[in-house]
Design a protein around this ligand. Structure first.
Ligand code: NDP
Ligand code: GDR
Length: 327
């Protein structure tokens, strides 16, 4: 039975990846930080069978302990401070976790492997945010990185450190340059879920309006369930590598609002949407659209959920959850 250790198990991707690996017969270990983390209950309920291990990406010895307990064949580093807007407010903490945390886990894996670095395959959750002020359209593995936030800068560090461990030590280390991916499990601070929750609330008469930031930014949005499959496929290759994972379609926040309100059968959304400068970012990433040809050709990966299906899935899920709550 293969064994996997996932950092960030309590997040959106951690849960989908754990489900996928369990379905493939893996013994799955999920690393959880903090004392009595309340999200342990979510993990136990959603993916029963996952073994919880304690650890924090800022604490190297805790990572060594997590590795010694789980004895993994594959390590998926999904843990991060991942909310871009928040990264300006806590830039140093973001750097400690999202940048230096990658070095800590790479170093822990290297020390754990000793003389046999082929023992563990490593996945780093890199991001389209690294393209920032994009230097090429669409963005591929070859596009120059130009991050626009402390989060983006931290991810660039983790990305190059992963490549460096592959090149320095011959480690099977892969970096997935994943574009935005969403689901009904997305945190409510991210724009898609903020919108799906608000639209459901407005439809049910629980909420009057939604207050947004920049409606002109464009993103390449896919379904998280598809994207964790790409992570797994990377680690099944004979060698580590870097792969863009994206749908190749881009939509504005306005398009997102259009689709979400339409999914709740509300045609004219303008009266329900306000804007507040507090949701605008000091530096914006205006346009993301990925070229995932390499993932398609080498990994045999393609997305299965369209943008409209994704938005409808999220609105329907929130409508159902909110209706159940008020019933
Ligand atoms: P989430 O924000 O949902 O999850 C982040 C996870 O990181 C949580 O489990 C969180 O734990 C954990 N974490 C935070 N701080 C630490 C720490 N100090 N030590 C260990 N774990 C920690 O993110 P997603 O699931 O959406 O994303 C997974 C990864 O992929 C992240 O690295 C993200 O940056 C990256 N990514 C995500 C994309 C997306 O569109 N979703 C696109 C590209 C990259 P806790 O619950 O305790 O806070
Ligand atoms: P992003 O996702 O920054 O792309 O990072 P987010 O959903 O937060 O923002 C997307 C775009 O929407 C605009 N926006 C708003 N965003 C939020 N959160 N709230 C609002 O009210 C709002 N109004 C407009 C933003 O300005 C932005 O342009 C996500 C995270 O998952 C990262 O961890 C990951 O690396 C990248 O996706 C790829």
């Amino acid at each position: 039975m293969p064994r996997a250790l996932i950092t960030g198990i309590t997040g959106q991707d951690g849960l989908y990846l754990a489900e996928l690996l369990l379905s493939k017969g893996y013994d799955v270990f999920g690393m959880v930080r903090g004392q009595n983390n309340p999200k342990i209950e979510l993990v136990e309920r959603t993916v029963p069978g996952v073994h919880i291990v304690a650890g924090d990406l800022t604490d190297l010895s805790s990572l060594m302990r997590a590795l010694n307990t789980s004895r993994p064949d594959e390590v998926y580093n999904l843990g991060a401070i991942s909310f871009v807007a928040y990264s300006w407010e806590q830039a140093a903490l973001t750097s400690d976790v999202t940048a230096k945390g990658v070095l800590n886990i790479l170093e822990a894996v290297r020390l754990y492997c000793g003389d046999d670095l082929s023992k563990v395959k490593f996945y780093q959750a890199s991001s389209s945010e690294m393209f920032g002020k994009v230097q090429q359209v669409p963005q591929s593995e070859e596009t120059l990185l130009w991050p626009r936030s402390p989060y983006g800068v931290a991810k660039v560090y983790g990305h190059y450190m992963t490549i460096n461990y592959r090149e320095s030590y011959g480690m099977h280390a892969s970096s997935g340059l994943l574009f935005n991916h969403e689901s009904p499990r997305r945190g409510p601070e991210f724009v898609t879920r903020k919108v799906s929750l608000a639209v459901a609330g407005i439809k049910l008469g629980l909420q009057g309006k939604i207050v947004m930031g920049n409606l002109d930014a464009r993103r390449d949005w896919g379904f998280a369930g598809d994207y964790v499959d790409a992570m797994w496929r990377m680690l099944q290759q004979p060698e580590g590598g870097d792969y863009v994972v994206a749908t190749g379609e881009t939509h504005s926040i306005r398009d997102l609002l259009d689709h979400a309100f339409r999914a709740a059968e509300i045609e004219d959304w303008e009266p329900y949407v306000d804007q507040d400068p507090k949701f605008f970012r000091p530096a914006e990433v205006d346009l993301l659209i990925g070229d995932a040809s390499r993932a398609r050709d080498v990994l045999g990966w393609t997305p299965t959920v369209t943008f409209s299906e994704l938005v409808a899935m999220m609105v329907e899920s929130d409508l159902k959850a909110l209706s159940d709550r008020i019933a």
